[in-house]
Design a protein around this ligand. Structure first.
Ligand SMILES: [Zn+2]
Length: 444
């Protein structure tokens, strides 16, 4: 017991020190930050090569010498890591030697663009992720003295749950449970909310319907996980009467960028992540769209090096007036998913089909599926496109149909096995497309 507490105290100290460094270094000259980034990149690359069988094999095959990487040009020659490679090699070949999976925190990504995948963070690396999350909160003005409530979606009927401490709470509930949210907000009087875009629009619309006023006005909202268009931002600001700050990250890599109060784009968290924007195999120039390739500079338990997250962005190297010296991700494509319409015309946020209880995310389906897309036709019926080499049994199809009808009402659901599902412009992939008629941003 004593050693457990000692470990927790050590992690808390490391987290506090890293957070302090992230905040201090966010305003040092960019060249200095680049040097710090390069040193961290070299260190984790060598660690991965020496300790992770997947990377040793991959780099040997590609003829890469990890000990001679010194410049951004050198880095650009290192092969890209794909989602498929993580899925195929997790956990045995992609965890560092000596890491005990039983002691790791194993999570599954929400997979904004494709099928979820698992990743692991050991207890000795968790402090860095926690510090990066807290950095984002601080960056938008949510200090340790402000109360932040992170709203995490569940399907209606699941247990409402609140967990957390020291002004940071995670709330698991359905956006439809308005009474629960009202009681929660009245009791907790949060300063900041954090949630994905469609959750906020859906919940905010329901709160507006019952004319709810926050007893203590919100100081701000942090949006995560989905595309935030200007129209959506304006709507959330109107519904909650507060300022919205967008953030960008992936489960596998923690937060990667967040907005400052100048709202010029999202500042990259350079010390935590090395982000490349690649267009046609070359670094994109300013304001040119390209694939986001990320290296997590902090996760030594399961190194993520030159990882194709599946999103596309534009970057600006201009200095922002806020004082932060890091470059800005101006626009992120690939996080947009349509809202769906239920049989009776009700707005249904797309995340309702992606939760932990979704059969798309669970066995037996998830390991035999390469890709899927839920396509809603103009008559509100659903066609599910599946890319797989396996046979999908009637039992699985019936299960999926029940799952979809449970959320959208008694609509027709059909299945089509296809060879591939094309991505849209810039390589972005949408797992939900809806052609059902919508009337306003609330049903957008
Ligand atoms: Zn700024």
């Amino acid at each position: 017991m004593f050693f457990k507490y000692l470990h927790i105290i050590k992690q808390e100290i490391k987290k506090a020190l890293y957070l302090k460094r992230l905040l201090r270094n966010s305003i040092i000259p960019r060249e200095k930050l680049k040097q710090i980034q390069m040193e961290k990149f070299k260190k984790i690359l060598v660690h991965a090569y020496e300790n992770v069988p997947f990377y040793s094999d991959k780099y040997n095959m590609a003829g890469i010498d990890p000990y001679s990487i010194n410049t951004t040009d050198d880095i650009s020659k290192i092969p890209i890591l794909t989602k498929e490679e993580i899925r195929e090699n997790f956990p045995d070949k992609i965890l560092s030697k000596g890491i005990n999976l039983d002691r790791c925190i194993i999570s599954s990504t929400s997979g904004s663009t494709t099928i979820p995948l698992q990743y692991a963070v050991s207890p000795s690396n968790q402090y860095a992720r926690d510090a990066v999350h807290e950095y984002v909160h601080n960056f938008v003005g949510c200090t340790k003295h402000h109360k932040l409530v992170h709203l995490i979606t569940l399907h209606e009927g699941c247990c409402d749950k609140v967990e957390g401490n020291r002004n940071r709470y995670r709330v698991f509930s359905s956006y439809k449970n308005v009474d629960f949210h009202i009681k929660l907000f009245n009791k907790m009087k949060p300063d900041f909310l954090k949630a994905c875009t469609s959750y906020l629009i859906a919940l905010g619309s329901l709160l507006e319907d019952v004319k709810y006023d926050f007893r203590k006005p919100l100081t701000g909202i942090i949006t995560t996980g989905e595309l935030l268009t200007l129209q959506m931002k304006n709507e959330i600001e109107r519904l909650f009467n507060t300022e919205v700050f967008d953030s960008y990250g992936a489960g596998e890599t923690a937060d990667l960028a967040c907005e400052c109060d100048m709202h010029n784009g999202m500042h990259e968290i350079m010390e935590h992540a090395y982000i490349e924007i690649i267009c046609d195999g070359k670094p994109a120039i300013d304001n040119q769209a390209g694939k986001i390739i990320v290296t997590d500079l902090d996760n030594y338990s399961m190194p993520i090096i030159r990882y194709d997250v599946g999103d596309v962005a534009l970057r600006s190297s201009n200095l922002c007036n806020c004082g932060s010296t890091s470059p800005l991700l101006k626009k992120i494509y690939g996080r947009f998913q349509d809202f769906l319409m239920s049989k009776n015309g009700e707005l249904i946020p797309p995340f309702i089909l992606r939760g932990g209880d979704s059969p798309f995310n669970n066995e037996p389906l998830c390991s035999i599926l390469d890709k899927y897309q839920i396509f809603q036709n103009s008559d509100r019926s659903i066609t599910v496109f599946l890319v797989t080499n396996s046979t999908i049994s009637n039992e699985i199809k019936n299960n999926l149909t029940r799952f979809i009808q449970d959320r959208l009402g008694d609509i027709n659901v059909s299945f089509e096995i296809v060879e591939d599902i094309p991505s849209e412009n810039y390589g972005k992939f949408r797992f939900v497309i809806s052609k059902a008629k919508k009337e306003s941003i609330r049903n957008a």
